[in-house]
Ligand binder design. Sequence first.
Ligand code: HEM
Length: 488
Amino acid sequence: MSALHQSTETLSRQERVVLNLYVITGLAVLVLMMLGGIAMRMSQGTWIELPPDLFYQIMTAHGAAMVGIAGLTSSAVMWYFLRKYVSLSPGIFLANYVLFMVGAVLILGSIFILQFGGGWTFLYPLPVKSNGMWSVHAAAGYMLGLISIGVGFLLFYLDATLAILRVYGNLGRALGLQWLFSGDIDKSHPPTVVASTMVIIVNGIGTLVGAVVLVLCLVNAYVPAFELNPLLAKNMIYFFGHVFINASIYMGVIAVYELLPRYSGRPWGVSRPFLWAWAASTVMVLIVYPHHLLMDFVMPHWMLAMGQIISFTSGLPVLAVTAYGALTNVHRSGIRWSMPAKLLLLSMFGWAAGIIPAVIDGVISVNRVMHNTLWVPGHFHFYLLLGLWAMLFGFMYHVIRTRADEPDSAVDQLGFFAYLAGGLVFSGMLLMAGQASVPRRWAVHAPEWVPYASAASLAAILVVLATILFAVRIVSGLLRAPNVGTAH
Ligand code: HEM
């Protein structure tokens, strides 16, 4: 067995099959939805002509599928490593996948057969106020699809919670709260357990709130007299959406804690600042969401002020300890910069740099002019492409790799630079367009905005080519290498 892979990560045949399902589905959806994204950007750039109704259907599918698949693929990272410390059920992991696929079929059917195009955020009451563009059943099918996906995640988190409780007694101990102020920290306490515990707390609550508001919206769809308070519904929806996508990166970052030390040859132990960072982010990620509602002047002002202030600090503690930890872990370690190590370090840059535009947009006076511009997609495409997906690709390249000193092929290296350059220019163009006040979610762009879309389309082609290359390498590696089950 190579030093890279640990015996505790050994997968049974069934587990290997399910992991392969997660990874291959993740890559397939990513590539397909990137192609949808390119079609949208090319249409905004007048390279092709998408009728507006089709544009909004693609935009809805792209948003929902990209967020969903980021969550699903990240949950595979959490499952893969958390299994080493607590006993997780492969059946529940499979059930999460099956419920996700059921949800995906419902969502895609409601969009591309029943023509739902209300945006992935299903903002009440838009899904049922379509002006005759789609039926109530289309909106209901979309929302049922999201509920199915949510139930799958809740099952997975419930299983992880029970497994953690069996070993650590309570969630506070798993988070390491007992060492916040004093005491000798058990250096062998796994960062993976700390991160997973944070995720099950925040995303358990977030997904539950999302499921509740979805069920209420469904009732309203068929019993219109049952009206919701639109502001409350919006709060619940954005709470859910914000927490869900943030939780994806907190699941993905487990790959950095687990793998970077193996490539650098240096351990990554927990420390008091590390535990404080995760504890603080557990609270802050739950209360920062009002920064999505800064334009809703009817919101209680204290909540808007909180949204702004916590925006400055919410992701910072975990990001700071992780980025600093990663840099000190590799500094002068003699690390060999193979694909997993390169991608994991790139993810630190993508995450850190991608958060900066969000912090800027979280300032109320800036938000007033920037919020509905392409600045916002600029921020999240930056940290999702170059942060989260870099982590996930790093994990996948690791899974198919057998020896630490295995050289990267020239094709991999080319793919890495194409992905980095394409990702930077693509997100940069969205940010520049946002800075020039180009609105987001407009199917048709004014002539002055077209150059941004054209340049972004070129860069997006580079990104998708690199992604296809990664996908081919990873999938062929997975199908070839039974060492996912033996050497890992
Ligand atoms: C080659 C890669 C990609 C391309 C070309 C692309 C393109 C686009 C475009 C053109 C939009 C609409 C922007 C607007 O006018 O408002 C969009 C929105 C969006 N994208 Fe992407 N994207 C890509 C990758 C990703 C990834 C990797 C994710 C997430 C992991 C993602 C998540 C989203 C979300 C959540 C929206 C918002 C949809 C909405 O406003 O309802 N995209 N993307």
